[in-house]
Ligand binder design. Structure first.
Ligand code: NAD
Length: 350
């Protein structure tokens, strides 16, 4: 590891703050100097784990040894804390969703530009192996021309209690899991023009915030996407389903169990009609082994620590930041369109 070691700190020492603190202690090039949480009990917990807890946010931001601050608080206070940290001359990683809306995001980007500091967001799920595996298979053309990709996560416990079920704090599943799945999709689609989105939401376990949503997203010259988050489903659905004109892919879970089925000899499959329910069908008859072949999934390996390594290398002038402001803008606009579409029950065009 070359380049100087950057002093790191975490604001918000909850679930994710604990994760970032551990990572800052394990990734080369950054050294965890301390944390601050508004809840004294969380600071005591940090101290009991041998991590210095600053007495206030101001004290943390005034420490000249700190060069990088990760903000891991609930969503509604990201903007204020990020801007305060940038104004104090710190480089900042903010947890997702970066902000409550595009207006907040623009204020944060303006502050980063004004104070000349790095400001980026922890879009860690770009390093998910199931996502990278699906992406590699589709981009290699293994399914032929991919025309539809379905990305789903389903839980069965509703929205977790606490700030995630309150609108004022940026609760709900669009801002929680949706932001990850939509970011994966946008990153894979690259420069393709976003055409439209149609979204619906569920309020099964929670009236105030969406506890699930389905978004149908269309791109110019790209596959149509279905992105879905549910929290009230007791039968597991596949994490990924992708369809091309010469193959289909299923990835069932985060462990990448699944298969690819490719078709051969499309014309030589002259099957007789089969009984399907109360009628006959040739169209829906299953394929025989002479015309299709199954392939196992080769899991793409990835290392989440690449995220911090990219931030550190960028701060040392040796890399370009991977999670950029323009990507964040595009993602936030799409999230706003998801809410608008669901509210109006209309397709939103870009
Ligand atoms: P959490 O409730 O477990 O922790 C949040 C902590 O922030 C709490 O300890 C709370 O006391 C503290 N806090 C609240 N307001 C504060 C303030 N003004 N100043 C300092 N501390 C404050 O929540 P969490 O699950 O850790 O989520 C935190 C953030 O991380 C959210 O933005 C969430 O969306 C994000 N998150 C990201 C991932 C991921 O995979 N990238 C996973 C989970 C959560």
């Amino acid at each position: 590891m070359s380049g100087k070691v950057i002093g790191g700190a975490v604001i918000g020492y909850g679930g994710m703050g604990g994760f970032h603190s551990e990572k800052m202690q394990s990734v080369d090039g950054v050294e965890l100097l301390g944390v601050y949480d508004i809840d004294p009990e969380r600071n005591e917990l940090a101290e009991s784990r041998g991590i210095h807890a600053y007495p206030s946010r101001e004290a943390l931001l005034a420490d000249p040894k700190i060069g990088l601050v990760t903000v891991a608080t609930p969503n509604d206070v990201h903007r204020e804390i990020v801007i305060a940290a940038l104004a104090a001359g710190k480089n900042v990683i903010c947890e997702k969703p970066v902000a409550m809306d595009s207006a907040e995001l623009e204020e944060m980007i303006a502050a980063a530009n004004r104070y000349g500091r790095l400001f980026t967001v922890h879009q860690n799920r770009r390093w998910d192996e199931d996502y990278l595996t699906m992406r590699k298979i589709v981009e290699a053309g293994e399914l032929g021309n991919a025309y539809r990709i379905e990305s789903r996560v389903h839980g069965s416990r509703g929205i977790p209690a606490g700030w995630r079920e309150e609108k004022a704090h940026g609760g709900g599943m669009v801002l929680d899991w949706g932001v990850h799945l939509l970011d994966q999709m946008l990153t894979m689609m690259g420069d393709r023009k976003l055409l439209s989105v149609y979204a619906t939401m569920t309020n099964i376990t929670n009236d105030e915030c969406d506890d699930g949503f389905t978004a149908q997203v269309k791109f110019e010259n790209g596959p149509e996407w279905i992105v879905e988050v549910g929290t009230c489903n007791y039968i597991e659905m596949p994490r990924w389903y992708a369809f091309g004109d010469s193959g289909s892919l299923i990835i069932r879970n985060w462990d990448c169990d699944g298969e690819i089925v490719k078709i051969y000899n499309r014309g030589e499959d002259d099957v007789p009609p089969v009984l399907a329910g109360a009628g006959l069908t040739r169209t829906m008859a299953p394929r025989n082994e002479q015309t299709v072949e199954k392939f196992p999934i080769e899991r793409v390996k990835s290392d989440w620590a690449e995220y911090y390594r990219n931030v550190i290398a960028t701060l040392n002038g040796k890399a370009e930041i991977v999670v950029t402001h323009d990507q964040l803008r595009r993602s936030m606009k799409l999230i706003e369109a998801v809410f608008e579409s669901a509210r109006k029950n209309e397709v939103v065009k870009f």
